[in-house]
Design a protein around this ligand. Structure first.
Ligand SMILES: NC(=O)c1ccc[n+]([C@@H]2O[C@H](COP(=O)([O-])OP(=O)(O)OC[C@H]3O[C@@H](n4cnc5c(N)ncnc54)[C@H](O)[C@@H]3O)[C@@H](O)[C@H]2O)c1
Length: 309
């Protein structure tokens, strides 16, 4: 019996929930949002889709957070999305306030669940949620960038995407780094002479989400599919290597940084020790940068919480 709760049923929350529920490998889904009637009407839509596919998954759409209990996995996409021109980090204070509220309400009803953060800035939101709830939390991290990188190389080199392997790591967003020592094409280590430069790939990975948001209002289908794969790997204990962000102890905080790691019912081990020195140095630099920005953001958050009291 696997019960998954989806907190937030906006664009990305709906896409993830739809993909997971139609995958039919979970038994129960709870969909929660603060917009009146939205989860309930989405529940009807899902029931219609399940009927058409002849599938049975118990679905409950609700505006009552008390209904969200006993979940094995809690997927959190509640929060503000970026507007064109904004960085993910600009969302920190607003979305962190939501996470603190959710940490209080969800943790006591869903003890020991695996919490999967989707809302941005996703890695920092995972750290905030874990800090305030005490519950083990992961972030979808750079699995999204990893697929963007693979898809771009495959298109440029005119090979099937399964011929491209490798990972992007560090913080999800503009500062993510392609871990070049992991990238292979048809089993051979990546080389620019194959027909695409590293710079071009890196620029694509950095810039494409902003371009999609500018035209489509948000990124949905790519992350919605990729995040479903993370949930599937956990539920079905697939033990797949994915670049997601999991808790790292650094100085006095738990922080979330992506590196290739085995994803199943438990998370780990990490493949970081297998990376070359340059990639490991990039990851360490990401951790340091994350920590200093995170501490600064936490200060602003605390000020905003005191100002409100
Ligand atoms: N991790 C990723 O790769 C990734 C990809 C796409 C979007 N995102 C992020 O996911 C978040 C949601 O994006 P979206 O496009 O779905 O936005 P959206 O505005 O369509 O949906 C957000 C939903 O959250 C709900 N919400 C707000 N506060 C809530 C609360 N306290 N409890 C429950 N629900 C609440 C809103 O009512 C809304 O339905 C954003 O922060 C966005 O940046 C992350």
């Amino acid at each position: 019996m696997t019960k998954v709760a989806f907190i937030g049923s906006g664009k990305i929350g709906q896409t993830i929930a739809f993909n997971v529920i139609m995958g039919s490998y979970i038994d129960e889904a709870i969909i929660y949002d603060i917009i009146p009637e939205l989860p309930e009407k989405f529940e009807h839509e899902l029931r219609h889709a399940l009927a058409s596919r002849k599938l049975k998954v118990e679905v409950l759409g609700t505006n009552n957070i008390e209904d969200v209990n006993g979940a094995d996995i809690v997927v959190i996409s509640a929060g503000k999305p970026r507007k064109p021109g904004m960085s993910r980090r600009d969302l920190f204070v607003d979305n962190a306030r939501i996470m603190i509220d959710l940490a209080d309400k969800l943790a006591k009803r869903n003890r020991g669940a695996l919490y999967i953060m989707v809302a941005n800035p996703v890695d920092m939101m995972a750290s905030v949620f874990m800090k305030y709830s005490g519950e083990y939390t992961i972030s979808t991290g750079d699995q999204v960038e990893t697929m963007r990188m693979r898809s771009y190389i495959a298109k440029k080199l005119k090979v099937h995407v399964t011929d491209v392997n490798g990972y992007v790591g560090g913080e999800h967003g503009e500062d993510a780094v392609v871990l070049w020592s992991t990238v292979t094409v048809k089993g051979k280590p990546f080389d620019e002479s194959m027909g695409v430069s590293k710079h071009e790939v890196e620029e694509y990975v950095k810039k494409i989400p902003g371009e999609i948001i500018r035209v489509m209002g948000g990124t949905t289908w790519g992350p919605g599919t990729i995040i479903e794969e993370i949930i599937r790997a956990v539920v079905l204990n697939e033990n797949k290597v994915m670049s997601i962000a999991f808790p790292h102890k650094y100085e006095d905080e738990i922080i979330h940084i992506s590196e290739p790691v085995v994803v199943g019912r438990t998370i780990g081990p990490s493949l970081e020790p297998l990376l070359d020195e340059k990639d490991r140095w990039h990851l360490m630099a990401s951790i340091k940068d994350f920590y200093s920005v995170y501490k600064e953001n936490l200060k602003q958050l605390e000020q905003s919480l005191t100002a409100k009291q």
